[in-house]
Design a binder for this molecule. Structure first.
Ligand SMILES: CC(C)(COP(=O)(O)OP(=O)(O)OC[C@H]1O[C@@H](n2cnc3c(N)ncnc32)[C@H](O)[C@@H]1OP(=O)(O)O)[C@@H](O)C(=O)NCCC(=O)NCCS
Length: 339
């Protein structure tokens, strides 16, 4: 994992918007988050920093990697994706690089894609990255406070390889989506939607110059270039889908919640994680949370939590580890692993 040095507390946010440490902690559990250096760090550079550690811990060098899967919703460029920037910066061979756009469930989706390539024997050392630089795209005024207090920057990475050991590794992955609520947690602009999908006008195009269709001054003046979230609606759906997709993974493998040694939920909101823990009847030591320190880092949250859980000795060889995530789309996913 890699997180930027700059710590941004709830008190720091209060300098920009009308909010309070008490409100943020009570609703989300977050005390502080990291914000990337304004010009010195990007989503790709943080992903690279995490990747270097992952590759070293796997006992490999960058030239051993034969495929890259990069999950992010905050890429350095609209296109091309971050995967090719990793390939270039790490001087890798001309290997394939795939970017995944599944927001909070991006890392679990990425892991599932990599798992399929490993299972078919196509690749042997896949670098899977989740990284986000949210701080560049948040409305830090009171207008955007329901979204901006939640998100933080950071990156996590793993190297996925085939194993000969019976019963070890990724047991199964489970991917889902329901586009019915695509606009409930979304950043509409810049985009090519032309107000096609929702009755809510999310930008004004009728009088715009052709060259202003993608990003106009009006969009910026009206703050239409920031993410939108209906928080309570997201909470309600997440509270149902998290336990559901975890139970799906367990029942596929003939296991019960009591078999889980460590649940690593996407760090969306501590209240959601606590609800999932309660629903599944898991004790505190079976669920890993670090949202208090990092906020919600979207595609990076699961690998950051996985890394910290492992580094602090909370995951040991042979443990049953469950990863689960839910987010914008809506998309949700789980992975069951024998560590
Ligand atoms: C975002 C979230 C914390 C908001 O909490 P909530 O209890 O649902 O709050 P609401 O949005 O209903 O707002 C309640 C009040 O707090 C206010 N408020 C919103 N953000 C605030 C902030 N940062 N500071 C202070 N007050 C705030 C609202 O304006 C509203 O005021 P009002 O009652 O005067 O209108 C909560 O809905 C949530 O966590 N949802 C899940 C979101 C999530 O996990 N997203 C990640 C994607 S996976």
């Amino acid at each position: 994992m890699y997180v930027p040095n700059q710590v941004f507390t709830n008190y720091d946010l209060m300098k920009y918007m009308d909010t309070s440490d008490e409100w943020i902690q009570e609703r989300t559990g977050i005390k502080e988050r990291r914000f990337a250096d304004r010009t010195g760090e990007t989503t790709a550079t943080m992903g690279i920093a995490a990747s270097k550690i992952a590759i070293e811990r796997a006992g490999l060098t960058a030239s051993d990697i034969d495929f890259i899967v990069f999950a992010t919703l905050s890429p350095d460029y609209y296109f091309p994706g971050c995967g090719v920037l990793v390939q270039r910066a790490m001087k890798m061979k001309e290997i394939g690089a795939l970017d995944i756009r599944n927001q909070c469930s991006g890392f679990v989706y990425a892991l599932s894609v990599a798992d399929q390539f490993i299972r078919t024997g196509m690749y042997k050392n896949i670098l899977v990255i989740g990284s986000e630089k949210h701080s560049f795209g948040l409305d830090m005024s009171t207008r955007g406070r329901n979204v901006s207090v939640i998100f933080g920057d950071g990156a996590g990475a793993v190297v996925l390889q085939p194993t000969e050991k019976q019963g070890q590794g990724i047991m199964s992955t489970h991917l889902h989506s329901d586009g019915e609520s695509a606009e409930i947690l979304a950043m509409y602009n810049p985009g090519t939607h032309a107000n096609h999908w929702t009755e809510k006008r999310v930008a004004d195009f009728n009088d715009a110059e052709v060259s202003d269709m993608f990003m106009s001054k009006e969009m910026i003046d009206k703050a239409q270039n920031f993410p939108f979230m209906d928080g309570p609606a997201v909470f309600k759906k997440a509270a149902v889908k998290f336990p559901e997709v975890i139970m799906e993974a367990l029942s596929k493998n003939g296991l019960l919640p009591s078999d889980i040694d460590m649940l690593i939920p996407h760090q969306a909101n501590l209240r959601i994680a606590q609800h999932v823990q309660q629903t599944l009847g898991l004790s505190d030591d079976k669920v890993f949370n670090n949202i208090q320190k990092y906020g919600n880092t979207t595609a990076a949250s699961v690998p950051i939590a996985l890394c910290e859980a492992w580094e602090t000795g909370k995951i040991k060889e042979g443990d049953l580890v469950c990863l689960a995530a839910f987010g914008s789309g809506f998309t949700w996913a789980s992975a069951l692993l024998r560590w």
